[in-house]
Structure formats: C-alpha cells, structure tokens
Design a protein around this ligand. Sequence first.
Ligand code: AMP
Length: 402
Amino acid sequence: MKILVLNSGSSSIKFQLLDTVERTVMCKGLVERVGLADAIFNYQPAGGEKSKQILPIADHTAGIKLVLDTITSPERGVIASLDELGAVGHRIVHGGEKIQRSVLLDEESLALIDECTPLAPLHNPANLMGVDAMQKLLPQVPNVGVFDTAFHATMPKSAFVFALDYAYYEKHGIRRFGFHGTSHQYVALRAAEILGIPLEDFNGVTCHLGNGVSLTAVKGGKSMDTTLGFGTCCGVPMGTRSGDVDPAALMHLIDELGMTSRQVCDLIYKGSGLKGISGVSHDMRDLEEAAAKGHERAELALEIFAHATRKYIAALATSLGDRVDAVVFTAGIGENGPEIRERICRGLGFMGVRIDPERNRVRGKEAVISPEDAPVKVMVVPTNEELMIALDTEAVVTASRA
Ligand code: AMP
C-alpha cells in the first residue's frame, strides 16, 4: 500500500510517501515557515535531486496541497494519481490514557486527541491541523493516527503509577505515559527480525539516544516500563533536559532561591543536560571533541550520560523476567556514537552485555556489535518512525475493511 506519512508541527510539515510492500521511501520533504510569505518547500523524490522553493504558504491546507500536487506532478512526481494513495498516517504526540493503539481518525478519536491537548499543548493542536487539512483536501482517503505514547499503553500499573497520593492519579491523571513509542516499537520489531525471534518472544532494552533520550523495557514485544514519564524531562539527562532530579531540589529552587515555576521549567528543559553540565554544547559530537582535548566538564557530562544510561539498562532489565535477548541502540547518538556506546556498556558485563570493538565501529547501519559468544546481543538499529507509522497505518486500514 502507498501511504503518505505526515508529521505536522505548528509551522512545519514533514512528509514521506512510503510503499509498505517494498518498505521503501518514494519521496520525502519538509514544508517550513508555514503561514509566512517566504515559506520553504524542500522535496526529494527517491533517487532524484533535492529541490528547495521559497514561496508563500498561507496555512497547513495550502502546504499539504502543495505536497499532493508535487507528488503527482508529471515532472517531479512519484505517483500518477492520488487514487494510488491507500491512506495517510499522522504522527500524533499524545493519546493520553484512552488511546492505546493506532486508530482511524474519526470524529470520536479526534475529540479524544483534542482532550489530550493540555498534556501536549505544543504538539497535539499542530498534529490536528494536518489531519484537518487532509480531510478537506482528500475526504475519501482514510486518516490514521499513530501516537508517541501508544506503544507504552501495555505498561503495568506498577510501572506507570507514580508513588504520590493515589488520588492524583485517579482524579487528575498524573502518571507515566512514556514517549518515543513509535521508535521503540520499530527498533524492537527490527531487532527481533534480525535475530530471527518472533516479536511476541523478544525481550530487550531499547535505547533511543538522541537529543531526547528514553529507554524502554520490551518484554514479549510489549513495553513494560520506560524512562520518560508524564512529560519529557525525566530519566537519562538529554541535550538540554535534566533527566532525573530529586523533586525536593526543585522545591528548594522555588522556596529558597525564589525561582518561579516558569524559570524552573526553563532550567530543566532548556538549560540542563549535556549543555548545562558541560557549558560547551548540547551536541554529543562537540562534547566528545572537547573531552578529547581535556575539557573536564565535557568529560563529566559524558560520564554522567553514560552512567545514567547504563544504570537504566540494568534497571529496565529487571522488567524482562529471566532472559535479555538484546540491548538495542538507536537515534542520533545511539546509531552514530561508537565511543559513547562503548562507555555505556563498560560495566554491564555482569549482565552479559559486552561490545566487540571492531564490530562497534559501525555508524548509522544495522549491526550486531557484541562478540559472537556474548549472551546478550548488543545491536545498532537505525530508527525509522515513518516506516513504523506507515506499517501501522496499513494495518489499521486493512482491519477496518475486514
Ligand atoms: P537526534 O535527536 O536523533 O537527531 O540525535 C541528535 C544527537 O545525535 C546529537 O547529540 C548529535 O551530536 C548526535 N550525533 C549525531 N551524529 C553523531 C556522531 N557521529 N557521533 C556522536 N553523536 C552523534
């Protein structure tokens, strides 16, 4: 099936047209600065030249119309007609507690997504603008929502209820949701395929290490626990986000240092993590370069990042029962950072996690990087959220027609 995958932001629309049979990308692109007279339309057909146009794009509907016109144009298009389009898959950030899987976007599910807006105020409304535009432009083509949170819907209560007074969960829905679900789902699926294990039997810890970081315990192909929570700031320190901080320390900043909740929020989301510790950069490449030249705080940032990641790999393994098949690295740092992968796995030998230095030289490619005889496979699997969205979209549409 040919599926258009849309990731609509407040002023941008990222898109890919995928063929789910071949698992290939037919074309991709990005509309930027939506709403402005000098918006940018980036487009690349598979095997073809990249192009960039600057033109006025009034809103999401105009941006998506441009995408549809381009993918069907005789000069640069990749399909003859929009009739070839089987469905549109939309990346949606928050499905809250009620949406637990990818769903057909109808009046009822759209209302549920809207209800989740307070949980993702920057993302859900923008995601919905893309859905609205598609419904106007191609009302006959089904739209499917694929959620960052949905993969984690299988977590047991023991993993998702915070140990606050239970009333805050019951009355106010304060709980761990988890994010990056589409990425964790995809790399778990690929790791199982590569190892020749049915997904329902696959046990592993998936490590999404990018500017945002989360690790997930995947047991029998399902999420059992994850490091991100109610928001996207806990767990392992990230580019500019703090990761875990004792809440008492944050209360101290408010009560004793007189900081406002907005200032604390800015600190933990934008002024912390690798950037905050090192004072150098949020970017792993810059930190490795600075640390190699003897920059002490860059070295400390690397060590804190590796320590926290290592600690969570071991902690999450406790959710897997008695067998860990794999530890899987993905996203910018996980896919491209042999040094940091090595640093993380140093010290995990006690649980059978070891790295082969030769095999670990890989960047951006699927690989098993543990020694042949290691009990736990350490793997690199580049994430592909668009393909996962397309595969899920196809499954939902096919099931709805059955
Ligand atoms: P993402 O959010 O998935 O795009 O990942 C961004 C992160 O990946 C940044 O911290 C980059 O420094 C990191 N990254 C990208 N390429 C490399 C590389 N070759 N070595 C180490 N880190 C990298």
